[in-house]
Design a protein around this ligand. Structure first.
Ligand SMILES: *[C@@H]1O[C@H](CO)[C@@H](O)[C@H](O)[C@H]1NC(C)=O
Ligand SMILES: *[C@@H]1O[C@H](CO)[C@@H](O)[C@H](O)[C@H]1NC(C)=O
Ligand SMILES: *[C@@H]1O[C@H](CO)[C@@H](O)[C@H](O)[C@H]1NC(C)=O
Length: 227
């Protein structure tokens, strides 16, 4: 990643060699592997540690490493801060089950062909317990699968299947019919209905700007099929 990114320009090379040297090892190495550092539609901005409070706060939340998506948002630092704040709350302070949270996210990014986000989230989704078979269902089930006779109850279980149907409607139709919403009521309380809706909505937002800005050069790359 570093040689790629550093090749972009002399300035970038200065910045990234500083941040590479300052980044802690371990977890940050895993995070770094998620990026190829290929050009986006704007230059990446990676302020060296100690030079930009917003970048430092984002880095601290990501175990010392800024990702290519941060390099794009840091062109507009207040947007970087706000977007990162919501994403962090979704990740760390959500009360919906982690498996449901990640299923919602991966289904949104599948429907929006946001391959970069899929690559960021697939490892997290496996960590929270989803199987390869379940990931393949998220990736391969057609839009509005439930109304096309595709029954995923035995693969996903009742609750995750309902959450995936809910996510399809939010993402593809915006207007969610009562029967689809009401199917979530026995599964999520009021707080969680807001959290689940906002998780889907935020990743719809994120996938749109990530594809638009061609983060990591991935806007035309198909979402991988898990194996
Ligand atoms: C940072 O590291 C902690 C502890 O290893 C881990 O729980 C957390 O998920 C990591 N954060 C990210 C964004 O990878
Ligand atoms: C959000 O979650 C993080 C990580 O679990 C925790 O440190 C923080 O206190 C939580 N924030 C609130 C306001 O509960
Ligand atoms: C889907 O399959 C399950 C069994 O796995 C069954 O109980 C359920 O009624 C089926 N759902 C529909 C809508 O046919």
């Amino acid at each position: 990643m570093v040689p790629f990114r550093c090749a972009l320009s002399i300035l970038a090379s200065l910045i990234c060699s500083v941040s590479a040297a300052a980044a802690p090892s371990g977890n940050s190495a895993n995070l770094a592997k998620r990026d190829n550092g290929l050009p986006a539609r704007v230059p990446y901005v990676f302020p060296p540690p100690g030079t930009n409070a917003i970048a430092d706060a984002i880095r601290a939340q990501k175990n010392g490493t800024l990702l290519d998506l941060d390099g794009v948002t840091l062109n507009a630092p207040l947007f970087a801060q706000a977007s990162n704040g919501l994403v962090s709350v979704i990740r760390r302070n959500n009360t919906i089950p982690p498996a449901m949270r990640e299923l919602i996210i991966l289904r949104v990014v599948t429907l929006n062909s946001a391959s970069y986000m899929w690559l960021q989230h697939e490892p997290v989704t496996r960590e929270v317990g989803l199987t390869t078979e379940q990931l393949r269902a998220i990736r391969l089930a057609p839009p509005f699968f439930a109304s096309k006779g595709v029954n995923l109850t035995s693969t996903l279980g009742h609750d995750l299947e309902a959450a995936m149907i809910f996510t399809d409607w939010i993402t593809l139709n915006v207007h969610v019919p009562d029967d689809v919403f009401d199917a979530m009521r026995p599964i999520l309380n009021d707080e969680q209905l807001v959290e689940g809706s906002m998780t889907a909505a935020e990743y719809n937002s994120g996938s749109r700007w990530i594809v638009t800005m061609n983060v990591d050069g991935m806007m035309d790359v198909p979402v991988p099929i898990p194996s």
